[in-house]
Every structure is written in structure tokens, then in C-alpha cells.
Design a protein around this ligand. Sequence first.
Ligand code: ATP
Length: 362
Amino acid sequence: MDDTRKKSLRIGILEGDDIGHEIVPASVRIARAAARAAEQEIDWVEVPIGRRALDTHGHTMPDGTLETLAGLDGWILGPIGHREYPKVPEAINPHPILRKHFDLFANVRPTRSFPNIGCLHDDIDMVIVRENNEGFQPDRNVVAGSGEFRPSHDMTISVRVISTAGSKKVARAAFEIARTRDKRLTLVHKNTVYKLGCGMFVDSCYEVAKDFPDVTVDEVIVDTMAMRLVRDPQSFDTIVTTNMFGDILTDEAAGLVGGLGMAPGLCIGRGSVAMAQATHGSAPDIAGKNIANPFAMIESTRMLFDWLGHHHGLAPALELSRHMKRGIDAALADPATRTPDIRGTGSQQDMIAGILNGMEAA
Ligand code: ATP
């Protein structure tokens, strides 16, 4: 037997909130079926997180969570509905902590158009690599307190952190991704105004570019990028940008290809763990209605196995990913197995069944 086949993966299941209780179990179900077909052993570990963990364990991220996750190869994190949490110290938003603690500094968010689902353009195929752990996000740019404060009743100051180390790390991750694609990387920034912050980000990217002479680099100012994404998104391949610009542009990119249900993501770092996390939030408005689009979470899960397969040289994990892709493509091709947000006539359960059937038929 091939030696790599002995490797079992330990994967965490963190459902999160609201539609997380639907789309995470669906992702696990589909990954389990694909794993059986690909003969990839997986040890699944349920990890309580979010509102239900507050009720059962007294905290939205109970003691021991980080230790449990440290023993895993990766995990699937459902969306977190922290805005609805009670205002108590035990109810925190766990995902910035997870990204920071495991140094998952790059948030890899692909955007791809599929036929007949309501995409604004055909032939979009790009990846936005968003810096994850610094920038303007006040919960990530300080070790204590908050990067946002109010010195007087009528004034608020928000601090943005840009470092050469953080910028180089995300740049390297983006160059590595660009190298596996069309070998084109676009730096998105606004160094015309943020001369020091964005200036440092851009300079750091060019430093890293010296190690990737095979990748062509260009630059677009972020406001121009917002416009060009609408007009000619097909002209982009891999994009790297700072945290908040990436947050906004990835939602815009999702809007080009059918909405937030079509926006997957994978958080990666330099270590050997990765976290599957869709771009969208917990969508409480549609929870329990059997209409939330499971694609983004399922595709994030597929990306996790693909990444683990490459990272560990695990052929069955790559095969698992290919199985999932076949199922996903089959379901997306048929309106009866698509949710209403992407011009489907089916329910969430129909879409999940369509993916499972598509995998079996392959
Ligand atoms: P966050 O700030 O936590 O990312 P948000 O404010 O962007 O959250 P979401 O929960 O992502 O809000 O929801 C925004 C809108 O997109 C809602 O109308 C929601 O129903 C819709 N939406 C989000 N995810 C999906 C999905 N998977 N399928 C269908 N619609 C979705």
C-alpha cells in the first residue's frame, strides 16, 4: 500500500451559529462520503463553539478549545453570529482569536463564475488573498485593549497596524498561490494617501517578489479596484491586499458571482494547520428555513482537504477534494439542486442531495 495512505487526518467540526448548524453538518456529511470513496481516513472531532457553547459550557469559546485545536490537522469553522450574543464577558467572538493564535495570517478567498446562477460576468476565476491578522481590525491589531478608542464624546480614533513581517508573510502566501495559477499577482492598496502604511505593504510585497521572478506583478489602487471588479473582473487572477480592503473587496467579488452563498474561504499560515471558513456571516434571517446556500461552506471544506493533501503529500485527500468538486459541479449545473439565491428551484437539502448524488455518479 502507498505509504501516504496510512495518514489519517484529524479534523475539527465547529458549527458556529444560525445557518452554521445546517451548512457545517452538510459539509461534514459530504466530506465523509468523499473520504469513503477516496479511502482517506478522517478522525472527526466535535468542538463546541458559539452561542450553544455559551449555553452548555458557559463560554462561546470554552476553556481547552485552543489546546484541542492544536492537536488537529485542520477544522471547519461555521459562521459566528456574535452580534446577537448577550453582552457578557463570556460571549466573545472566537474567530479573530483563532486566526491570531494559530497565526493564520492569509485568508484565501476564491471567486469563480458558474453558468446560469446569476453571475454578473462569465469566466471570472480569481483569488483574493486577504491579510488576516493586522490592518484596521481593532480586535486584531493590539495584544490588549482595542485598536479603537474614544478620547472624547465626539471623537473616535481607530488604529491600523501594518508591519513588514505581516505584509511579507501574506505576500509570500499570495505569490505561492499565484505560482500555481496564471502567475499574475495584483497588489491592491492606496499608497497614494496611506504613504507609510500602504507604502510599507507594497514595498514588502516587492521584496518578496524577488523570490518569484516567474510571477508578473502589477498594482491597482483600491478605489479603482472596486470599480474594475465590476467592469472587468476577468482581467484579474491572484490579488493580495490588506485586511479591511480584502474584507470589502471579497464581499464585492461574491456579489459578482451570485452572492455570499458563493464565497468560500480558507485561512492558512506557515504552520501545518488550516481553517475552513466561508466569507459570509451566520445569516440569522434565513436560518432554519432550508434555503441557506451551503456552497460556500462545502467549498471551503473542499479547499481544506485540497490544502492538506498538498501540504502533507496525501494523495487520498486530493482525491477526496476531486470527488467533492465533481459533486458540487453537478449540483450547480441543475436548477433543481440549487438554492433560490443562485436561481435555483431547490432547497438546501436538495442541493446537498444533488452534491452527494453527483459524487456517486462520478
Ligand atoms: P458578518 O459581518 O458576520 O460577515 P454580515 O452582516 O455580512 O455578517 P451575513 O450573515 O453574511 O451578514 O448575511 C448577509 C446577507 O446575506 C443576509 O441577507 C443573508 O441572508 C445572506 N446570506 C449570507 N449567507 C448566505 C448563504 N449561505 N446563503 C444565502 N444567503 C446568505
